[in-house]
Design a protein around this ligand. Structure first.
Ligand SMILES: Cc1ncc(COP(=O)(O)O)c(C=O)c1O
Length: 366
């Protein structure tokens, strides 16, 4: 007899993420190198050459350092915090899951600030918590109404609040003062600020001082800015007792030796990151103007991706794929009219604009 899955997990829905899978490519008769992938939001230049070298040279025949000591020390120095305020994870996704696992009792309320990344809700449900979504309004450009968020957190006595900043997929950014206001207003809750895309923000909000409040956790990903998605690497900055709780529920050796070595090299290569930031900035300006000229509504974004109203996201994505470009259909975010476009070098963006122009007469149609 097959084992019975725990009752609260029986109807757990999968979360859809960006990137195009091999099955879909095969079905279309396309090779991976025939499609320019705008559906992911990573560093358009790939990993730093020094990270690639470090990964090649890493020793992986023995167990990795379970506490990622060298990397943790470097991250602590870089962020000017104590080493005990840093936990490294197998991507920031692992840390989202660990937070839910460590801090939620069955039935605990969690507020998400949506539309947003789906793993906050999934991790909450796996921990048997209850998700209460505040949802920003499309007509207000998805601006977050802080007062309503605070009221929602208080009304359900939430244990956790997940705030993605800048938000995926809308690109909206809350200033550090707003996050402080939120954390101050809801002292019984822990505010988890996912800063996965902050390295691409021109003027990132100075959030590290918020750690002094005690109820703020900052999540950072090294898979986006450092392009280590396949290696999996992220970290949390949090009060020491939070970090030690996360470490207690973390599977052993979850951050492999190759990722630790590559991560250490990657964060030292500031020039590589700066080059990517400059390219992202240029691509964002170009695409906002060029897609706007095609009559598309492009939402202002602080991040390395743009949300674009195309009328029928699934249809437009399918048509663009035939022209060799892939965008992220935002239907799974509850936004079936929007696609999200990750910034790539301007020459790639020109191909995207040409593809949009070719399907132009179909946009908004069935
Ligand atoms: C907002 C956000 N947070 C976290 C993640 C997961 O990142 P990682 O690769 O570090 O697990 C993603 C990935 O798409 C994301 O969009």
């Amino acid at each position: 007899m097959t084992p019975r899955i725990r009752a609260h997990l029986a109807n757990l829905a999968p979360v859809i993420h960006g990137s195009i899978g091999d099955a879909e490519l095969n079905g279309l008769g396309l090779g991976r190198d025939q499609v320019i992938d705008f559906s992911v939001n990573s560093n358009p230049f790939g990993p730093s050459p020094s990270a690639v070298k470090a990964a090649r040279e890493a020793a992986w025949s023995h167990y990795p350092d379970d506490h990622a000591t060298l990397l943790r020390r470097a991250l602590a120095a870089r962020n000017d915090v104590d080493e005990r305020a840093v936990v490294v994870g197998n991507g920031s996704s692992e840390l989202i899951w660990l937070i839910a696992l460590a801090f939620l009792d069955p039935g605990d309320a969690v507020v998400t600030v949506g539309p947003t990344f789906g793993e906050y809700a999934r991790a909450t449900r796996i921990a048997d918590g209850i998700v209460h979504e505040y949802r920003a309004n499309a007509t207000a450009g998805f601006a977050v109404d802080l007062t309503t968020v605070i009221e929602r957190v208080e009304a359900v006595d939430a244990r956790l609040v997940f705030l993605c900043n800048p938000n995926n997929p809308t690109g909206t950014l809350l200033p550090a003062d707003d996050i402080r206001t939120l954390a101050q207003a809801v002292p019984r809750a822990t505010v988890v600020v996912d800063e996965a895309y902050c390295p691409f923000v021109d003027d990132p909000p100075p959030t590290t001082p918020l750690l002094d409040r005690g109820n703020v956790v900052l999540l950072r990903s090294l898979t986006k800015d450092c392009a280590l998605a396949g290696l999996r690497l992220g970290y949390a900055l949090a009060p020491g007792d939070v970090c030690s709780a996360l470490d207690r529920v973390r599977p052993p050796w979850s951050v492999n030796a190759v990722a630790q070595a590559a991560g250490l090299a990657a964060i030292r290569d500031e020039a590589h990151l700066e080059r990517a930031r400059a390219e992202v900035r240029q691509a964002r300006v170009y695409l906002t103007a060029a897609l706007g000229e095609l009559g598309l509504r492009v939402l202002p974004s602080s991040a390395n991706y743009l949300l674009v109203d195309v009328g029928n996201a699934a249809g437009v994505r399918a048509r663009l794929l035939k022209h060799g470009v892939c965008v992220r259909d935002c239907t799974s975010f509850g936004l079936p009219e929007y696609v999200r476009i990750g910034m790539r070098p301007v020459t790639d963006c020109q191909r995207l604009v040409a593809a949009f122009a070719e399907i132009d007469n179909e946009i908004g149609g069935g």
